[in-house]
Design a protein around this ligand. Structure first.
Ligand code: FPP
Length: 244
């Protein structure tokens, strides 16, 4: 790959801007519950702090010039959690959308929700539609995976192609029928809180992604954590199956 812009650093080695070879980071935001438990607080409190960390990280990623960020906010399996916890996460999302709408000119982020909207409450669905509409001309993309599962995403993509009358499909056809069709694949996938698995997140898109796992719990994983992950990414050699 031709790299026109290399990452830029300050004289003391802080990352100022990512290069052309890092456009998209996806985050599996794990560890809110453990963070709260360690402090004798409720899981809901952990999610409140997780949402704060998320906002700081989105702002930081925008500042260093990333084109796309994707976060795993709620999986199709997360409905199995206690009702209060599910309501808390949905409530935090609604509040975040209210803030985005209220401060539209402060953010340069196009919001997109990936996942099935059918099971969401009507008020959240309406707010999602409104925010997606109001941010559609912004330049950077924030994908929020909500009620998302990668196998379901691939299945709906194939069914969409079948309903269009296709009898054979290419990899490109499938990519174009996924929720993330307009985004480059993630270059880097970060998972916090020690687990080293994808948990049904971006299975198709992750084909050539680099992975970064850290023991740090999500509420503690701020911009400095992202910077460390990016520094680790730049130490890797990506070959995409070829020989360097
Ligand atoms: C995983 O931690 C986290 C989630 C399932 C929810 C993530 C949600 C947020 C960070 C808040 C969402 C809000 C916005 C605005 C995006 P866990 O609860 O599984 O943690 P544990 O493994 O320690 O129990």
């Amino acid at each position: 790959m031709e790299i026109n812009n290399r990452p830029q650093y300050s004289p003391d080695g802080r990352l100022l801007r990512v290069g052309d070879d890092l456009k998209h980071i996806a985050f599996i935001m794990d560890g809110n519950g453990r963070w709260a438990k360690a402090r004798g607080k409720s899981r809901e409190h952990g999610h409140t702090e997780g949402a704060k960390a998320f906002e700081k990280i989105v702002e930081y990623c925008e500042g260093i010039g990333l084109e796309v960020i994707t976060v795993y906010a709620f999986s199709t399996e997360n409905w199995k959690r206690p009702k209060d916890e599910v309501e808390k996460i949905m409530g935090l999302l609604e509040k975040y959308l209210d803030r985005v709408i209220a401060r539209l000119s402060d953010y340069d982020v196009k919001l997109r929700f990936i996942g099935s909207k059918n099971e969401l409450s009507e008020s959240l669905r309406l707010k999602i539609d409104k925010t997606e509409r109001m941010t559609k001309d912004k330049s950077r993309v924030l994908n929020i995976a909500l009620n998302y599962g990668a196998r379901a995403e691939i299945t709906q993509a194939v069914n969409k192609l079948i309903s269009e009358g296709r009898t054979a499909v290419t990899e490109q056809d499938i990519g174009n029928a996924l929720y993330t069709a307009e985004c480059p694949d993630p270059d880097l996938i970060v998972r916090t809180a020690g687990e080293q698995r994808l948990s049904n997140f971006l299975l198709w898109q992750a084909a050539y992604a680099e992975f970064y796992f850290t023991e740090t719990l999500w509420p503690d994983f701020g911009p400095s954590g992202v910077e460390e992950a990016i520094n680790a990414y730049y130490k890797r050699t990506r070959r995409f199956g070829a020989v360097k």
